[in-house]
Write a protein that binds this ligand. Structure first.
Ligand SMILES: Cc1cc2nc3c(=O)[nH]c(=O)nc-3n(C[C@H](O)[C@H](O)[C@H](O)COP(=O)(O)OP(=O)(O)OC[C@H]3O[C@@H](n4cnc5c(N)ncnc54)[C@H](O)[C@@H]3O)c2cc1C
Length: 536
């Protein structure tokens, strides 16, 4: 029997991120994956700004950008009849280079530190795997299937099967199921998913080296990320990170039909190869609970959304980052019982909100698609009227899928036992982000006078942020954290911008940069802040 502190089941992007976040903290972690190796199968392609901020804290943002889409390619979204005709709708979204310039130009807390990054899941997974494999405390085992688990007062024993059919047991203090939508771990715990099972679509992956260069710029849509075809098959074409691979989604009967759909969408003769084709189901589902006892669940195992809005993997990466520091703090001895209890309270509310955001986005898409009529292409007054109508509705409805900045950056943990919560607070909005340091919120990004971001100064423990040259005596608060064995750093930042954006002299942050407490004067019993923050 092998022994670990944490056993992770499933090496999708969520399990791999969790393994890296634990491994960087020195936690003895075993990651098992039933597949023999990462697969070249298309799924997610857009890491959102918040995930990129998290990957930056793991030291991975530059590597992910180097492996992903070139930084000069725009992320525009189109509604088209075909690729060789001017688009019906053209929505402009900046390339990473342009987004960086926009981020650099403002300092009011409204921007993320990192722009989004287009990187195909089949590129990201091997990259994360290679990072996890370099961490001395992490053991990565592909070709190892989770079968069953038993838990007791002090740990979990999992039975696993290797590719040669032999079985073994792995013992760990905690187990995390990052094993996707079908999650055998969730099933074994008897936790149900609730919500809606929606339609099935086919997705095919193509290699087409010439398409990117042949997309007409003047009399066609031009370069971008998504090309939605106005038809009755819900067809859309997605550029993958190499610009040589493309995926097409459509409601068709047979795999073979996906060739005709690709050719019809591309509309000019191109050399291409259809590499894979599979069915996938659109779901809007949330688990009743995020674990039991010493077993936790993260990612698609607990929330399944329609990719509109790009909140699938991105929500799961947030789960992994949240759970990692709480598991580490508990295993390192300074995390109290509320720390792991807060995981479900904090992350399930985000899961629930993001399932709602995805529903909102997909209803918008359904609304403009509902305007399609077979005679739409006709050069008749009726055809023109139908096109005009679809365009008018799509201009309002389609941005719902691509402009989720509020859901991405603005989530705030409410009613958490490890936040010094106060009633009220800014409303959660999917599409608007209002920078705030209300307890529970993510610390907004601010540039310092020397041109560096404040986020890079926040270390991987608790931080007492002293702003605007405050003279408040925070030594007692630092001592309170230290007395609990919790790592704490006091950071004095005299620059004007953070004090102005954050609105308070003092802020206490947790390792994931969420605000625990803020104020101008410390309470008489600073130990209460440290006790709450550490879950004691
Ligand atoms: C077409 C499409 C487009 C998408 N686009 C986006 C997007 O742009 N942005 C976004 O954020 N999300 C997107 N998503 C969603 C995203 O792909 C998922 O949310 C993401 O894969 C979830 O990651 P995960 O690690 O939780 O689960 P998975 O990626 O499903 O990984 C689970 C892993 O667990 C393994 N496993 C399962 N059972 C066992 C077992 N018994 N033993 C060992 N291992 C096991 C599986 O083999 C798998 O490798 C998209 C999805 C689809 C289908």
């Amino acid at each position: 029997m092998s022994n670990s502190q944490v056993l992770i089941v499933g090496a999708g992007p969520v399990g791999l991120t969790l393994a890296i976040a634990l491994g960087r903290r020195g936690i003895r972690t075993t990651l098992i994956e039933q597949k023999a190796a990462p697969q070249f199968l298309p799924k997610m392609e857009r890491c959102n700004a918040r995930s990129m901020e998290m990957f930056r804290r793991l030291g991975l943002a530059d590597r992910i950008r180097a492996a992903g889409l070139r930084s000069d390619v725009p992320m525009d979204v189109f509604i088209i009849l075909a690729m060789n005709e001017p688009p019906l709708v053209h929505q402009r979204y900046p390339s990473v280079d342009q987004a960086r310039a926009e981020i650099r130009a403002v300092n009011d807390g409204s921007q993320p530190l990192e722009p989004y990054q287009l990187i195909s899941q089949y590129t990201l997974e091997p990259l994360l795997k290679s990072v996890a494999e370099t961490l001395p405390s992490v053991s990565v085992r592909y070709g190892c299937e989770f079968l069953t688990l038993d838990q007791d007062e002090v740990g979990v024993t999992a039975r696993v099967k290797s590719l040669d059919g032999s079985t073994a047991t792995i013992r760990a203090a905690y187990l995390v199921g990052c094993d996707g939508g079908a999650s055998p771990v969730r099933r074994q715990l008897g936790i149900k998913l609730r919500g809606e099972n929606l339609s099935e679509m086919r997705q095919a992956l193509y290699r087409c080296d010439e398409l990117f260069d042949r997309i007409p710029i003047d009399n066609g849509p031009g370069h971008g990320r998504h090309y939605h075809v106005a038809d009755d098959r819900a067809t859309f074409l997605i550029m993958q990170d190499s610009t040589r691979h493309w995926t097409l989604h459509a409601v068709v009967e047979r795999d073979e039909d996906m060739r005709a759909m690709f050719e019809r969408t591309v509309a000019v003769p191109v050399k291409y190869e259809m590499i894979t084709c599979n069915l996938w189901r659109q779901n809007l589902l949330l688990a009743d609970s995020y674990g039991r006892g010493r077993v936790f669940l993260a990612g698609d195992a607990v929330h399944l959304v329609i990719p509109t809005g790009g909140l699938g993997m991105n929500t799961g990466v947030g789960d992994a980052i949240d759970l990692a520091w709480k598991l580490a703090a508990t295993l390192q001895g300074f995390g109290g019982p509320n720390l792991l209890r807060s995981y479900e309270i904090e992350r399930r509310q985000v899961g629930e909100r993001n399932v709602g955001a995805s529903r909102y986005a997909s209803l918008g898409r359904r609304k403009w698609r509902g305007q399609y009529r077979p005679f739409m292409r006709d050069a008749t007054p009726e055809g023109q009227m139908t096109r005009d109508n679809l365009v008018r509705i799509a201009q309002v409805e389609q941005p719902k899928s691509n402009e989720m900045i509020g859901a991405e950056l603005g989530y705030r943990y409410v009613d958490s036992p490890i936040i010094c919560d106060i009633p009220g607070g800014p409303e959660h909005r999917f599409r608007e982000y209002q920078p705030t340091t209300w307890p529970g919120a993510r610390l907004p990004h601010v540039w310092l006078n020397d041109g560096t971001p404040i986020q890079d100064r926040i270390c991987d423990g608790y931080t007492i942020l002293r702003l605007g040259g405050t003279r408040a005596d925070t030594a007692g608060l630092a001592r309170a954290f230290a007395s609990l064995g919790a790592p704490v750093t006091t950071l004095d930042v005299a620059d004007a911008a953070p004090r102005e954006v954050y609105g308070h002299d003092l802020i206490v942050l947790r390792p994931d940069m969420h605000v625990v407490w803020r104020g101008n004067v410390l309470p008489d019993d600073p130990i209460s802040i440290a006790m709450t923050a550490t879950g004691n």
